[in-house]
Design a protein around this ligand. Structure first.
Ligand code: AGP
Length: 552
């Protein structure tokens, strides 16, 4: 949530570099943005409401600057609430990711300051203005990352707790960002800052310290083997489309992995949020059927288990970003109780990655579109691998769907459904999480109300909503529910490997046993994408959403 980026270099193109960094980070929040640079011992900034799009900056030449792309938490979407914020004397400026939970208490004590916004960030800045960054940081409650530019120096100061901050070690310039993807245009040498650490960045030097004591720390430098090109749009219209088409390659790579093994434990919790929670639920079905004691929980509800946690248990977490706050908090709780942590994430060096005892990387490449697609199917694939289910033929079957007649058939269906208000989705067994994910994808990008049910539950109430022509997506072997909905006039769209006369539209996928879930969800991803496009929406940046949910 929110992207932050800073640079100190030799060349006087800081504003351009910050703008390019913010464009890379925009998927973290896109309601407003701003940049500030240092000029002649003063600060100059620009702030705007709305998406960055193809913006150019007219800020003056400078070697040092920082910027922010916002997903509003405190205060509406206005230019005045956009970052960077200035202190009373316009000598300090701050960008911030996270929430200052005690901002009202702090504000009450900050007498004599001029507050020009409704943000918690500005409160933090006035606090830093009064007592300094490190002393102020000790008073701040919450998961936060701050970058401060003082017009008196040619340096950036940053400090973090909870929210991610990564330092990029460049040639004649050093960088700092809330996301490693924003650094890849400049360097593959990075330092992942740990919680409670601070950093002073100049053009020539990066000095990491323990925030509390000021003790200098020798940081670990990580060399990434990722390419910025992985995230370019190429021939596709949107990142969501590109990422759907990336899937055969990702699945192919995963199918060559030797299946990771998990040490036995008395009980295993399996967690994720949103899309990742459905991947966790899918894996849970497979584990349960194999006789392992596994319980799927959504990240935000894990706290209720705190009295039940024991050191001989384990926790498996799925998270594309590895930064989702509800996931990180669940990990912190589980670690404190001695559980073994198995982290499955797409981002090397992310908080989940660093905190996990066993780390499994999805290898999906950067996912730019806010709605997750390739990371989800990679998670399903890892769930299958952990359960010793083969992935052979999965990549090929997805490739056939994308390159064959199915692609156009889905487009035609989207044209037919684009003005519908409701879509119902059902699945049974391990296809139920696939139905949940299909409904989420449709909601997220097309804003059509889509609701998923376990197939057997339809008759317990939701069937009251089925009218003549109501679209009903039926995954896999859920024909009883399909017949029940058909009898009430439902338009039955089957996605699976067993044809049935109940289907008004049928999208066949290869019979790959449990792995058929992957081609099935790809069809739903295409449908969600086509519905968004048919409704004139931008599927890459759905309203109100952000890619990485780092606030509670
Ligand atoms: C996916 O389409 C959503 N934007 C959302 O549900 C997402 O999956 C969720 O916020 C979890 O993110 P994570 O995988 O990065 O933890």
């Amino acid at each position: 949530m929110c992207g932050i980026f800073g640079v100190v270099g030799q060349e006087k193109n800081a504003a351009q570099k910050v703008l390019a960094g913010l464009k890379r980070l925009e998927y973290r929040g896109y309601d407003s943005w701003g940049i500030a640079v240092k000029k002649n011992n003063g600060l100059i900034r620009e702030r705007h409401v709305g998406k960055i799009g193809g913006a150019v900056t007219k800020l003056p030449a400078s070697t040092i600057g920082l910027g922010h792309t916002r997903w509003a938490t405190h205060g509406g979407v206005t230019e005045g609430n956009a970052h960077p914020h200035f202190d009373c004397n316009q000598k300090l400026c701050l960008v911030h990711n996270g929430i200052v939970e005690n901002f009202l208490e702090l504000k009450a004590k900050l007498t004599g300051h001029k507050f020009l916004s409704q943000t918690d960030t500005e409160v933090a800045l006035h606090l830093f203005e009064s007592v300094g960054l490190m002393a102020g940081f000790k008073q701040v409650v919450g998961m936060n990352a701050f970058i401060l530019l003082d017009s008196a120096n040619d340096q950036l100061l940053a400090v973090k707790n909870g929210s991610p901050l990564i330092i990029g070690l460049g040639k004649n310039a050093n960088y700092i960002a809330s996301d490693v993807w924003a650094l890849l245009d400049h360097t593959n040498q990075v330092i992942f800052l740990e919680d409670g650490q601070a950093v002073k960045i100049t053009q020539a030097k990066v000095e990491v310290t323990e925030a509390k004591s000021g003790k200098i720390i020798k940081p670990k430098i990580t060399t990434l083997n990722w390419q910025a090109e992985q995230s370019r749009l190429g021939k596709f219209h949107h990142y969501m489309e590109k990422e759907i088409y990336d899937q055969p390659k990702v699945l192919d790579n995963l199918s060559r992995l030797s299946p990771p093994a998990i040490k036995p434990s008395s009980k295993t919790f399996i967690l994720g949020c949103g899309t990742a929670s459905y991947a966790a639920l899918f894996a849970d079905y497979l584990f349960d059927l194999s006789g392992m004691d596994v319980e799927a929980v959504v990240g935000s509800e894990f706290q209720k288990y705190q009295q039940l946690l024991k050191p001989n248990q384990a926790m498996i977490l799925f998270s594309q970003s590895g930064e989702t706050i509800d996931v990180v908090e669940a990990v912190n709780l589980a670690k404190a109780k001695g559980l073994r942590i198995i982290g499955i994430t797409n981002v090397l060096g992310s908080t989940l990655y660093r905190k996990s005892d066993q780390k499994i990387l999805l290898g999906a490449g950067q996912e730019v579109a806010v709605a997750s697609t390739k990371a989800f199917t990679a998670m399903l694939a890892v769930g299958l691998l952990l359960n010793k289910k083969p992935l052979q033929n999965v990549a090929a079957s997805v490739r056939r769907l994308l390159d064959g007649p199915t692609r156009n058939q889905v487009k035609q269906l989207a044209t037919k459904l684009k003005d519908r208000e409701h879509i119902f989705v059902v699945g049974r067994g391990q296809d139920y999480p696939i139905a949940l994910e299909a409904a989420l994808k449709i909601k997220e990008v097309s804003y059509i109300h889509a609701e998923a049910y376990a197939a057997g539950e339809i008759k317990h109430g939701p069937i009251a909503l089925i009218e003549n022509g109501t679209p009903c997506l039926v995954f896999g072997n859920a024909t009883n529910a399909a017949y029940e909905m058909k009898a009430r006039g439902g338009l039955i769209i089957g996605i699976g490997y067993i044809p049935d006369k109940v289907f008004d539209n049928y999208f066949p996928v290869a019979d790959l046993a449990e792995a058929s879930a992957i081609p099935m969800i790809v069809i739903a991803q295409l449908l969600a994408y086509d519905l968004a496009v048919a409704r004139g929406l931008n599927p890459d940046k759905p309203r109100n959403l952000a890619k990485s949910v780092t606030v509670k």
